[in-house]
Every structure is written in structure tokens, then in C-alpha cells.
Design a protein around this ligand. Structure first.
Ligand code: ADP
Length: 161
């Protein structure tokens, strides 16, 4: 059985993440979406809130589960017998970043294979950080995040706060 992990900050989940989760779920037997703590980023939503958004959005994907982890990706992958690490590429900046992470993870555990999926053209410009900026100034998030995420983002960051 092939088990893959898709780790990320998901602060919050976007439709770009969701597209990647859906596509990756077709490639493997089990996909575990892991909400991690990116030490370089401070969160708008707690890990529990981020996990809840993802859980609500993957209910129709029976082989996808969600959990929160801290520590090294290779360590929790080893513990859950996962061999494939899924990441997404939107542009050359992502490529440079992901190349570094993949190289380090290969150094730490050569049995783990990083598989990068190209972002769908509809979501190439979609990032959690940009969406947080748009939400702050009341911009329209329709089509970019699940409706529950749009509501929560506006409530937390919108100009009424
Ligand atoms: P991290 O802090 O680990 O980069 P993110 O939540 O920002 O966490 O991203 C997780 C993964 O999802 C990364 O590999 C990123 O490149 C990918 N990703 C983010 N947004 C998109 C998108 N719109 N389309 C495809 N992949 C994406």
C-alpha cells in the first residue's frame, strides 16, 4: 500500500491546496494531509482550526485523512510508513524552495521520494499569504477558498476587526 503525506501550513486552506489534495489522492492508496508548524511563519488560524477546514473539505475523498504534526517531516513519515511526500509548484520561486527542502529530506532519509505536482492554471496565483492580504481589505475571495474559509478569514482579518 502506498501512503503519501502532503505537509503544509494551510493557513488557511485554499482551493489550490484542495486541487492538489484531490489530484494526489488519485495517485496513492492513502493520503495524509499534515498541518505542520512552519517555524518561519506565524499563524492566523490555530492548527486545530486549519485541520477542521481541511476535514470539512475532503469528506468526499475516502482515502484522505488529516492530522497535525510537529517535528521533522521525515520522522513522522517514517512513523506512519509513508514513502511519498507531495508538494506543489506554482512558479520558479516555489521550485527553488521545494528543491532545497526535497534535497534536505533526501539527505535525511533517502527512502522518501518527493513528488511535486504542478499547480492548476486556475490557482497559480493563489497563496494563503496573498489571500490573507485580500481578506484584510475586504476583497472578494469567491472561488479561491472554500466558503467556510472565506467567512472565517473575513471575520478574523476583515476591516471590521
Ligand atoms: P508551507 O509553509 O509548507 O509552504 P503552504 O500551505 O504555503 O505551506 O503550502 C503547502 C504546499 O502547497 C507547498 O508545496 C505549496 O507550494 C503548495 N501550494 C500552495 N498553494 C498552492 C496552489 N495554489 N496550487 C498548488 N500548490 C500550492
Amino acid at each position: 500500500m502506498t501512503i503519501a503525506v502532503f505537509p503544509g501550513s494551510f493557513d488557511p486552506l485554499t482551493n489550490g491546496h484542495l486541487d492538489l489534495i484531490t489530484r494526489a489522492s488519485r495517485l496513492v492508496d492513502q493520503l495524509v494531509v499534515v498541518v505542520g508548524q512552519n517555524t518561519a511563519k506565524t499563524g492566523v488560524f490555530t492548527p486545530e482550526e486549519r485541520m477542521a477546514f481541511i476535514q470539512q473539505s475532503v469528506q468526499q475523498l475516502p482515502n484522505v485523512t488529516v492530522r497535525i504534526e510537529s517535528g521533522l517531516t521525515v520522522d513522522f513519515m517514517h512513523a506512519m510508513h509513508a514513502t511519498i511526500l507531495i508538494r506543489g509548484l506554482r512558479n520558479s520561486t516555489d521550485f527553488e524552495y521545494e528543491q532545497g527542502i526535497a534535497g534536505m529530506n533526501r539527505h535525511l532519509d533517502a527512502t522518501i521520494e518527493t513528488v511535486c505536482l504542478m499547480a492548476d492554471a486556475r490557482y497559480q496565483f493563489v497563496s494563503s499569504s496573498l489571500l490573507r492580504e485580500v481578506a484584510k481589505f475586504g476583497g472578494d475571495l469567491t472561488g479561491l477558498v472554500p466558503p467556510a474559509v472565506a467567512t472565517a478569514l473575513q471575520a478574523r482579518l476583515g476591516s471590521g476587526n
